[in-house]
Design a protein around this ligand. Sequence first.
Ligand SMILES: [Zn+2]
Length: 353
Amino acid sequence: MDSTLPTTRRQYLAITGVGLSAAAAGCASTGSDGATPKSKSSVTTDEPSDDRGITETGTEGDENETATDEDEPETVDDLPLFDAHTHVIPTEARGRDPLFAEQLVEWMDTNGVDRAVVLAFDAPEAYPVRAPSEWVLDEVDSYPDRLVPFCTVDPRDVDETDAADRLEHYIGRGARGFGELKMEMDIDDDRLELLYELCATYELPILFHTDRQMLRDEVGLPRLENVLASYPEVDFVAHAHGWWSHMSADVEALDLGRIPEGPIEAPGRVWELLAEYDNIYGDISTLGGWNALTRDEAYGQTFLERHHDQLVFGTDYLFPGHQIPHFALFEQFDLELDAWANIRHRNIETLLR
Ligand SMILES: [Zn+2]
């Protein structure tokens, strides 16, 4: 790991311009006047949102030079928390209210989340409403220290030149990854090759959703393995039931679209692919990810110990009031702080550069 990265929550927050009090859990019992601590902190920050910039700033920061034992993280809650999977949604969908960046940041404050990746939905089947990349970039623009936008391109809408032009445009506006890749196709569909190649060219990590409808695969994930082997220079972040059902070796076809319950009989393909490929990461968001860790706690513990360098914390926060069980995982499992640091922020930070 890069030793210039901030190692404590205190250093991290100082560097990202987030006040400790603002990021502490429960602090955002915000008044109703709309003047949240968050918008203040982003307005007063003079650093652009760029992890490279943050890292460089970190090496010069007072906090690093004056670091004492007091700054060492003592508990898992002292570590920075980076949510690798959130959304903003422009209109009502499925009877749920829209979610704007301001509300997302308020929720982050309440739950001690320092930064978050914000994903786009450009394909019409990904969600009942689209969250177009251009709109996501507009939304997160006021929170450069807190929110990291990803973008997507629907390969059915564009030819190769168009796709490259759009990605360059989004990258120019601050996009740092590709996602959420979620379409009704096989994960190794020919039409996705163009995207995989462009993400290799532009060094964008890809966060994808796989289940029985979206980016489909077979039991055993042979199509995903084919993609991982074909694009070793692209980092893939796996999300949803198709992936997490393979926590256990006993998977049937229906499990790719649901949350399997009960104890794990033996480690499944998720363990094998993480061990064999260094370009695949697991995003523990949604009930699928949470269930994979908690359905059999002994296996969950072993899994976290073995694969913490390829797991990223994520929630898939999607609408105001969305209940998220993942914060309890930090109490439920017992890991070295270094392993928690990988899951909570280091791995996703590494993927973003
Ligand atoms: Zn999502």
